[in-house]
Design a protein around this ligand. Structure first.
Ligand code: KIV
Ligand code: NA
Length: 278
């Protein structure tokens, strides 16, 4: 399988073919996502929440992102892989940002990086793009700034905020971003942004008007993730329940000596062992 290319991604917007993006964080999740035919895998710093158990994405390190990206690349060698630059590994000036993004590509094996922020990232995006590092933008709710924003809530509700989102998206496109993730913004704003730029928008909690959608693996599968407060999520399975039931049955089988059975063991044919014959 051939990974999606950036020119083909742009063509998908022009041809109004929806882009399906999903996060993955390790070998099996990446492999299943590729087998299912996802367009892009995002190694999101949401791994801090759903894989590492932190309350926010802030503790996630560059090393964490590289480590998980390597596993994802091994699982999905034929899929476009975008990796998040974690908290405080960019906005450090173009040189340091370039150094960190290059590590994600060279050591991790990602095809592109994603950064949270708007027009203020223009210079850094220009430098990365010039160095051959494709950048995906991310505006609206930007979880790395949760302490500044004061919670995980819908963005772009006032006309002033809405105008800023459209200007940020245009600035990201102008700086060279190949697409823009829109997280938790009103459907009207997401549609307006989508119409205002020629690169694709990929929405999460951004309604029906985006060029593509992204969801978190563990939310889609209900795999150890609490989705009660996430009305923008649609889950397609309840893997958590399946896993818990399976593990309970295993424990029960061990406790009742129903596992292992004779067929699970390795009988010796004609060897003699002193301690056995005595
Ligand atoms: O980290 C992540 O999973 C993300 C998506 C929610 C866009 O940034
Ligand atoms: Na993220």
């Amino acid at each position: 399988k051939q990974a999606l290319t950036l020119p083909r991604l742009k063509a998908m917007k022009e041809q109004q073919k929806p882009i399906a993006m999903l996060t993955a964080y390790d070998y099996p999740s990446a492999r299943l996502a590729e087998e299912a035919g996802v367009d892009i895998i995002l190694v999101g710093d949401s791994l801090g929440n759903v894989v590492l158990g932190y309350d926010t994405t802030i503790p996630v390190t560059l090393e964490d992102m590289i480590y998980h990206t390597r596993a994802v690349v091994r699982g999905a060698p034929g899929t476009m892989i975008v990796t998040d630059m974690p908290f405080a590994t960019y906005r450090l000036g173009p040189e340091a940002t370039l150094r960190n993004a290059a590590r994600i590509m060279r050591e991790g094996g990602a095809h592109a990086v994603k950064m949270e922020g708007g027009a203020e990232l223009s210079e850094e995006i220009r430098v990365l793009t010039a160095a051959g590092i494709p950048v995906l933008g991310h505006i609206g709710l930007t979880p790395q700034s949760v302490h500044q924003i004061g919670g995980y809530r819908v963005q772009g509700k006032t006309s002033e905020d809405a105008q800023k989102l459209i200007e940020d998206a245009k600035a990201l496109e102008k700086a060279g971003a190949f697409g823009v993730v829109l997280e938790l913004v009103t459907e009207q704003i997401a549609s307006a942004v989508t119409g205002a730029i020629r690169v694709p928008t990929i929405g999460i909690g951004a309604g029906r008007g985006c060029d593509g959608q992204v969801l978190v693996y563990h939310d889609v599968l209900r795999y150890g993730s609490d989705i009660r407060d996430k009305r923008f999520v649609k889950s397609y399975a309840n893997i958590g329940d399946t896993i818990r039931t399976a593990i309970s049955e295993y424990i029960e089988d061990v406790k009742t000596r129903n596992f292992p059975e004779e067929k699970h063991g390795f009988p010796a044919d004609d060897i003699t062992v002193d301690s056995l014959s005595s």
